[in-house]
Design a protein around this ligand. Structure first.
Ligand code: GLA
Length: 376
């Protein structure tokens, strides 16, 4: 294990000012079933915030953020050991998702007139790139001089049924502004589709400290993509106004989740893609989550056009998480920034096609702060 202090200096008016000082440490985190060694990197800023990310799945294993009194808590769900991530059939806790985030309907799509058949790993459909998605791969890591952690995965042509050899480079950075930034860059040698995301489950009270039903959520989206019973978008962009999907103003997750609504029933809660109002490819605020008891606030910024808001509906209390805590239904929420599900089969959705010579680039920021207690 070694430590490296990466400090970026900025010169302002002849004075040198330290802009960012990310302390990066690296340690072994065991070996996969196949015997591949896995490392875990700890990114820490001078405010006490800390992100631990491992090379298996590019998984954010833990993320410590302060509450309004400065007390730190690990705000993402996960496991203590690599073995648990491999064997517990992890519901993608903290993982990098690829080649295609969320679902592709009927596990097939056509590109340039050619049909591609994928794995049906979610009913009739493909979920998160198939059962051997990027979340199960050991990524190649490199520490960047500015304190960033670069992870690279090269997906061979035909892997999980997708055409083209795809190279995905993801850079994680922890900033002095208490933000975990994730940058994605993808290139291919043949036409393909790509839709990467990160699948962290947040609980701003701390992982394992109960449900997220009291978290106040705002999503800057006036439309969402309704789904069929298999959670495949119908193709419609539906206004959220007048529905339990309207988070244009803050609402507690639990306030409307039990309503008799067909979409809510299909999702067993929230498990839908919101169409972000600011989807111009510029980094913009997509969502905000505030936890009233601790005051922790998470803001999600992205260049992506959509966000999958998923309320941990499939967690059932059987998974033993970090520190031996059990994760029950709705104990975590995901805000997976992405292109819309099933875009390869929905010509009217923003395209997810990537061709040789093109570069897919996107950025997502998970920024933490605190809010004062509400006056009683
Ligand atoms: C995504 C999906 C959900 C669920 C989770 C993982 O968020 O939309 O339906 O499959 O991943 O459990």
């Amino acid at each position: 294990m070694y430590t490296e202090l990466a400090a970026v200096a900025m010169i302002i008016g002849g004075m040198t000012v330290a802009k960012a000082a990310t302390n990066v440490t690296k340690a072994d985190f065991g070996r996969t079933k196949e015997g591949t060694p896995v490392q875990i990197y700890t990114l820490a800023n001078s405010k006490g915030m800390e992100a631990r990310i491992m090379t298996y799945g590019g998984i954010v294993v833990s993320l410590k953020a302060p509450d309004r009194n400065g007390a730190m808590a690990d705000v993402v769900l996960g496991f203590d050991s690599l073995k648990a991530y491999e064997e517990n059939n992890s519901p993608y806790f903290g993982a990098l998702i690829g080649r295609y985030g969320n679902r592709i309907g009927h596990a097939r799509f056509a590109l340039d007139g050619k049909e591609y058949t994928l794995e049906k790993n979610n009913g009739e459909n493909t979920l998160h790139g198939g059962s051997h998605g990027f979340n199960t791969k050991v990524w190649t890591a490199r520490q960047l001089p500015d304190g960033g952690l670069e992870l690279t995965y090269v997906s061979p042509d035909g892997e999980e049924g997708f055409p083209g050899k795809l190279t995905l480079v993801v850079v994680y950075r922890l900033t002095e502004a208490n933000a975990l930034e994730i940058g994605y860059t993808a290139t291919t040698d043949n036409p393909t589709v790509v839709n990467p995301t990160n699948h962290s489950y947040f609980n701003l009270k701390g992982a394992g400290n109960g449900d997220i039903l009291g978290h106040l959520v705002t999503i800057h989206a006036s439309r969402f993509t309704p789904v069929d019973v298999g959670l495949i978008p119908t193709g419609e962009l539906r206004a959220v106004k007048g529905t339990p999907f309207d988070f244009t103003t803050p609402h507690a997750v639990g306030a409307r989740i039990g309503q008799k609504d067909e979409q809510m029933q299909f999702g067993t809660g929230y498990d839908h893609n919101w169409v972000l109002d600011a989807s111009g490819g510029k980094l913009a605020l997509a969502a905000r989550v505030e936890e009233p008891e601790t005051g922790r606030v998470l803001e999600v910024l992205t260049t992506e056009p959509g966000v999958q808001f998923y309320t941990g509906n499939f967690l059932d209390g059987t998974l033993v998480g970090k520190g031996g805590k059990l994760y029950a239904q709705r104990n975590g929420l995901c805000l997976e920034t992405q292109h819309f599900p099933d875009s390869p089969n929905k010509p009217k959705f923003p395209a997810t096609t990537l061709r040789p010579g093109q570069k897919f680039q996107s950025q997502t920021v998970y920024r933490f702060s605190t809010a004062p207690a509400a006056k009683k």
